[in-house]
Design a protein around this ligand. Sequence first.
Ligand SMILES: O=C(CO)COP(=O)(O)O
Length: 252
Amino acid sequence: MRPLTIIGNWKLNGNLASNEVWVKAVCQGMEKGMPAGRKYAVCAPFPYLSQCDQLIKQCSLAFLRLGAQDVSAHLSGAYTGEVSAQMLKELGCAYVIVGHSERRQMHHETDELIAEKALQALDQGITPIICVGESADERNSGREVEVVRGQIAKQVSVLQDRLADCLIAYEPIWAIGTGKVASAQVAQDMHRAIRLQLAEFDEDVASHVGILYGGSVKPDNAVELFAMPDIDGGLIGGASLNPQDFLAICQA
Ligand SMILES: O=C(CO)COP(=O)(O)O
């Protein structure tokens, strides 16, 4: 069985004071007991990784880990502004998001670059969370499966069976930050399509890879989403900023 994995993505939010309040509140909530066998993480902005690492270590819950929101495709060298997977490892990261639609759109990240970033993370023992998803126009013109298949195909061709150590996040762009959550069935259908595509490559990989859903997940829709057979958890944006909402989703 694949464990349910629930990961908060703070995006460009937080500050030293609010991060401390957040981690302490989530730890306190989780210490009271959580559903067995689940994994949780929060992906903080780079400058706060060290602070969040210290705070998370203080509460010593093995199932709560730290992640980053991006990583360089390079290990070291003349790449001003980049952060390597080795640096993330030193700062306690267990996960890193790669290829978020906001980076694909605003920073012109390609599937090839995203696969290189995932390889860097894997080389350091960090689990990459590879984001895929279609735009509203692509869905409205009936091309959503084709678009996502194209994104996954590149990851399969580069990562091959190392995909078994990755997470995939299906995040339809039209559902991100819009309040328009994909219905549980719409999300399940795409998750199924992704898993079938992975099975064309390797059935074992397909059955192992966790596929998270992201896009307007809230405490009141998480239960239905997480109950779907191919939805293995969530990548939570806006609702992860409020520790009580994040906890409620983690307990859904
Ligand atoms: O982009 C997301 C997580 O990576 C989803 O964001 P929202 O939950 O705010 O829609």
